[in-house]
Design a protein around this ligand. Structure first.
Ligand SMILES: [Zn+2]
Length: 462
């Protein structure tokens, strides 16, 4: 018997991390950062229940920070094994992790300078150097090829359609004995641009599946109608449209739709600033891995990329970023971070929020406790850089652009399994969504479902 301990993404949507123990072997599946509420973020500083040096390897499902963001800490605390992932994930981690380290260092510096910290001195969770050290442990593997994660144990990546390189990890013994565990990282969606549909399920004894939107329906695809309305209304007011966006994945989808709307004359051609060095680099990786993408996002004949509008401008340095902040509308600014918790988008928001001509459009999930969540809940002022900023701009959101499957899509994926797993664990979701999804899976599929708690340890057949 082996055991599995839920060290994160249990009853919450961030901090994915599962410890698999078998005989003397210890494997971590994902090593993600907690985001959102302070009580959650504090867990980022918690020690692993085992010595990092005793962990043999890490299996990484994809490059989102809530799945990979604590790898630098793991390595700086003594982990010395390999981090198995797909090539796309390794490429994106090269962008995500050093950038996160840099941001942590900047935030700590700023907090110390302006003394808005209770901790003296404020410390970064990890540094850019820690991130670089973690990257040296990455071991890219192709999809659907068994990777030797420990003696006698292998993991195989199946495309999850959630982000470039994103995967489910099938873990089992190399000799075919014992059970099969399927770690669904995050689940992508069906019939969307940019990424392919999730690969069908495979037979397994234990399944972990995300539940972020388990209680919701994203609504039918409106072919960009809502986005067109928002762009047009903002342009008529000569305002700016600020789109806080996850630098990777979402930017591609936003650009795909903006280009489509421009090409069909449904919105005016506006300057579209991409103010995120990471987003600009990620676009290059998406272009390079175009063969892994959905057909509609491969460049058409004579095109360099499917991800570029008529007047698309990659903002270079902080100086140019400031010029964009001060420039008049109409214009579109796409900048990170997606939940407005940090990054260059804060400067754009601080400048744009007090002006009613502007619009702030959220295109991704907004976790409890983030500025993004407070804005979509209609708060009249938000705190940034230690100051209160009044909110006069329009706040909009587009759920249809989520990278996460909704309740129906999760069920659709589960129906592709050749047989029911022995047990299905719901992870990566907040309790209300999990309860609804659990009830649906039990009723509609008759499967055994469990919602694990933070720190819960269960036996698994392996
Ligand atoms: Zn993700």
């Amino acid at each position: 018997m082996a055991s599995l301990t839920f060290l994160g993404a249990a009853g919450t949507v961030t901090g994915s991390q599962y410890l698999l123990e078998l005989d003397r072997h210890r494997i971590l599946v994902d090593c993600g950062m907690f985001q959102g509420l302070k009580s959650l973020r504090e867990r980022n500083w918690a020690r692993l229940p085992v010595q990092p040096a005793s962990v043999e390897s890490v299996v990484l499902t994809h490059a989102h920070l809530d799945h990979c963001g604590l790898l630098p800490r793991l390595v700086s605390n003594g982990f010395n094994g390999r981090i198995f992932c797909t090539a796309g994930t390794a490429d994106l981690c090269k962008l995500v992790l050093p950038d996160a380290g840099r941001l942590q260092e900047e935030d700590a510096r700023r907090a110390n300078k302006h003394r808005y910290t209770k901790h003296a001195p404020a410390l970064p969770l990890f540094t850019e150097q820690n991130a670089d050290a973690a990257l040296r442990h990455m071991q890219p593997f192709g999809f659907e090829r068994p990777a030797p994660i420990a003696p006698g144990l292998e993991a195989e990546f199946l495309n999850a359609g959630h982000l470039l390189g994103s995967a489910y990890a099938r873990v089992r013994r190399s000799n075919g004995d014992g059970g099969t565990l399927l770690f669904g990282g995050d689940l992508g969606r069906y019939g969307r641009p940019v990424l392919p549909d999730p690969s069908p399920g495979v037979a397994c004894d234990v399944l972990l599946v995300e539940s972020t939107y388990g209680d919701r329906e994203h609504g039918t695809d409106d072919d960009g109608a809502q986005l067109a309305r928002i762009v047009n209304e903002t342009a008529e007011r000569k305002g700016k449209l600020i789109i806080p966006s996850f630098a990777i994945g979402r930017v591609e989808e936003v650009l795909y739709w903006l280009k489509k709307l421009e090409d069909t004359g449904r919105v005016p051609v506006l300057p579209v600033y991409i103010d995120s060095p990471m987003a600009v680099h990620a676009l290059e990786h998406y272009r390079r891995h175009a063969h892994e993408l959905d057909e509609d996002s491969r460049p058409a004949r004579g095109e360099v990329s499917a991800f570029s509008t008529e007047r698309c401008i990659a903002v270079a340095g902080p100086q140019e970023s400031r010029r964009v902040t001060e420039s008049p509308g109409p214009a579109i600014v796409i900048s990170a971070s997606g939940m407005a918790t940090g990054g260059r988008v804060l400067h754009h928001l601080a400048a744009a929020l007090p002006d009613a001509r502007n619009t702030v459009l959220f295109v991704g999930f907004q976790a409890v406790g983030t500025r993004g969540r407070r804005l979509i809940e209609g708060e009249k002022e938000v705190k940034m850089f230690g100051q209160f900023i009044p909110v006069q701009a329009r706040i909009e959101r587009l759920n249809a652009m989520s990278a996460h499957a909704d309740g129906n899509e999760i069920l659709r994926w589960l129906r592709t399994f050749p047989s029911p797993p022995g047990v299905t664990y719901l992870v990566h979701g907040e309790p209300p969504a999990q309860q609804v999804l659990k009830a649906r899976i039990e009723k509609e599929l008759g499967w055994k479902v469990h919602i694990p708690e933070y720190g819960e340890r269960v036996d698994v057949p392996l």
